[in-house]
Ligand binder design. Structure first.
Ligand code: LLP
Length: 391
């Protein structure tokens, strides 16, 4: 984000945002596709020979999806809804990796009929279920086992997934039972990969390194039994900096991440895969909202805007901090809470923060909201969903 002639601009090509408010009706998510392309190119370059499956739960806008497909990505999907959206946006079944702990019979059946690239299985009963359904359909399912290495990556508890008490993946002690199940369904299951995902907003990489060490051993052992094992999916989760955006530091983190992944897995001589979401799209998106009221109490000043937690839930749910800019540069600041119209005290975007001295009718821009923004939006309080615009 950058002011040019007192007007806020987004992305490497410095695109002005003000014109988007010309016929303003309700909050608008804006996504800069050039920014997304640049992020994808940077990641693809750092992770040479690694196939990138974009975790579309971060942002499933069809134009964003099409842009990433054209750039070369596959997609990591977690529901039949996401499978359908991916196919509608130009991805083919062979571009899809299907993750998630709760796949229903119907979803598995559809995925198998489509012959998608890989199903990342998250439990023994799920493996059994996929084996049985594939057998009934006369298909052979390409399976990756998502293993849970019991590693702490030091992130918000709501987005950690690689610990023993998380619902995700399977404990390493389950491997013998998984092997038995794979053998029982040898006609309908083909073990093609191991996968892991430790959680989101990974900024420190020690845990990631340790997890790879644990899983590479399992990979080598299992490959003796199952020579079809040929892929290693090291998940997504690479973090970004929300509080002080520093793209140079993020590139360094990316390089370090690539080094840990490639050094840790190179000698497996296998096909490497990753599932990033946030890193590709978060900075490329912003939420434009209009100031409705400046409300002062004896305790506080509130900037009440027309976007709410229903449009961007991250601050309410994870106490996430998104920098908030005035669309047009103001000369002064004030300390205020920026809050929405929803009837909940958790409906806030910032608390006791320095905010530009805006007034009713002005626009604020909530930055870095291209990931887990619109995709988590709801119509709570029967508020309309925000608009989405790609530039
Ligand atoms: N792979 C799997 C299996 C996942 O569950 C996720 C995210 C990803 C990949 C992509 O993670 P990323 O690269 O985006 O960190 N709503 C939260 C984030 C939840 C992440 C859920 N899983 C937030 O707004 O911070």
């Amino acid at each position: 984000m950058e002011y040019i002639n007192n007007e806020l601009h987004l992305g490497p090509k410095k695109k002005g945002l003000k014109s988007l408010t010309a016929n303003y009706m309700r909050p608008i998510y804006v996504y800069d596709l050039d920014f997304i392309r640049a992020r994808y190119a940077a990641m693809a370059q750092a992770l040479k020979n690694v196939r990138i499956f974009y975790a579309m739960k971060a942002n499933s806008n069809p134009e964003v999806m099409r842009c990433l497909k054209e750039a070369g990505a596959g997609a990591d999907v977690v529901s039949l809804g996401e499978i359908k959206r991916a196919l509608e946006s130009g991805f083919g079944p062979q571009d899809l990796v299907y993750s998630g702990v709760g796949k229903t019979r119907h979803e598995i059946t559809e995925a198998l009929k489509l012959e998608i690239y890989q199903i990342n299985v998250e439990s023994l009963p799920e493996l059994e279920r996929v084996g049985e359904i594939a057998r009934g359909l006369g298909k052979k399912a390409a399976i990756a086992l998502r293993l849970n290495p019991d590693i702490d990556i030091n992130t918000h508890p709501y987005i950690a997934t690689g610990l023993r008490d998380n619902k995700f993946g399977m404990e390493l002690s389950l491997v013998p039972a998984l092997e038995a199940c794979l053998k029982k369904y040898s006609d309908s299951l083909e073990l093609v990969g191991l996968s892991l995902h430790l959680g989101s907003m990974m900024i420190e990489l020690e845990g990631f390194k340790e997890a790879l060490q644990r899983l590479r051993k399992v990979y080598l052992e299992m490959q003796n039994e199952f020579p079809t094992l040929r892929r290693f999916d090291f998940g997504g989760g690479l973090g970004i900096f929300y509080d002080r955006v520093d793209l140079v530091k993020e590139q360094e983190l990316l390089r370090e991440y690539a080094k840990v992944a490639l050094d840790g897995l190179q000698d497996l001589n296998c096909e490497l895969q990753t599932e990033p979401g946030r890193w590709l799209v978060a900075h490329a998106g912003a939420l434009i909202t209009q100031v409705q009221y400046i409300k002062e109490t004896t305790q506080k000043k509130f900037v009440i805007v027309d976007a709410g937690m229903n449009h961007l839930i991250r601050p309410s749910l994870y106490e996430a901090k998104h920098l908030i800019y005035s669309l047009e540069k103001k000369s002064g600041d004030m300390v205020a809470d920026v809050v929405g119209p929803i009837c909940e005290s958790s409906d806030f975007f910032a608390k006791d923060s320095l905010v530009a001295q805006v007034k009713e009718g002005d626009f604020l821009v909530i930055s870095d909201s291209g990931a887990y923004g619109y995709s988590m939006a709801s119509t709570y309080n029967l508020q309309e969903l925000p608009l989405e615009v790609c530039i």
